[in-house]
Ligand binder design. Structure first.
Ligand code: PGA
Length: 261
């Protein structure tokens, strides 16, 4: 399996200078093989510089949780993609369901943000996923397909090579109700099929698709062992050093044992 795993911690709106320093210090002493597994943290904006100063970039990547769709200028309160480059970020999330739900971000805005990131050479992690009501009405694939083409439509294959995706069913985020490995794998396989149809086999085979939604140290291994799941986007459990360490260990176990099914 050529795709590298990525275990990413989305800290959301949590953390002080002290708690961030403690968390990063705890991660830095862990062991994983960077050739097969990448670890990234996504602190809130005020902790990006601190995190970047604390990590060894070859070991732990740092990303932002959002980015402005605008270029630098008179946009009070916004953070431009250029600033993320300036502090040394490698990644940024776009289209997280909390941004879609609480800040009314639509597919067009997600697409604009994603393009800003690509323009400055940052790697977007584009989040997609259905609401519980949408799943119950059998609309999961339609919603995911719409979000994918809304965000990614018009990108060429080369640009797609700089994108990662995260499938995060909204009903599983922060609820403790994790998708079963089979439920997650089904949607991941569907995502790869969409990539194949809209681009080509090499895009579909090469793109990292993470799973997110109540991932913890106990359930990570079974999820990560699925053929089309290339890592985890972890919220709550990424704030607890031991839980996050357990997820990294699960990722390593799967990556080195070649047990993906
Ligand atoms: P959770 O959040 O792990 O707390 O469910 C995941 C996410 O929102 O990225």
């Amino acid at each position: 399996m050529a795709r590298k795993s990525l275990i990413a911690g989305n800290w959301k709106m949590n953390g002080t200078r002290q708690s961030a320093s403690d968390l990063i210090a705890a991660l830095k002493v862990l062991n994983w093989e960077t050739q097969v597994l990448e670890v990234a943290v996504f602190p809130p904006f005020h902790l990006l510089s601190l995190a970047l100063a604390a990590v060894s970039p070859a070991l732990i990547a740092v990303g932002a949780q959002d980015v402005s769709a605008q270029k630098p200028g008179a946009f009070t309160g916004e953070v431009a993609a250029e600033f993320l480059v300036d502090v040394g970020c490698q990644y940024a999330l776009v289209g997280h369901s909390e941004r879609r739900q609480y800040h009314r971000e639509d597919d067009a805005l997600v697409a604009a943000k994603l393009r800003r990131l690509l323009e400055v050479g940052l790697k977007p992690v584009v989040c997609v996923g259905e609401l519980l009501a949408e799943r119950e009405q059998g609309q999961t694939f339609d919603v995911v397909a719409r979000q994918l083409s809304g965000a990614l439509g018009g990108l060429n294959a080369e640009q797609m090579g700089n994108v990662a995706l995260a499938y995060e069913p909204v009903w599983a985020i922060g609820t403790g109700k994790v998708a079963s490995p089979a439920q997650a794998q089904e949607v991941h396989a569907f995502i790869r099929q969409c990539l194949m149809q809209q681009w080509n086999k090499s895009v579909a085979d090469g793109l990292q698709v993470l799973y997110g939604g109540s991932v913890n140290a106990a359930n990570a291994k079974d999820l990560l062992a699925q053929k089309d799941i290339d890592g985890a986007l972890v919220g709550g459990a990424s704030l607890k050093a031991q839980e996050f360490a357990g997820i990294i260990a699960a990722g390593m176990a799967v990556a080195t044992a070649g047990v993906r099914v």
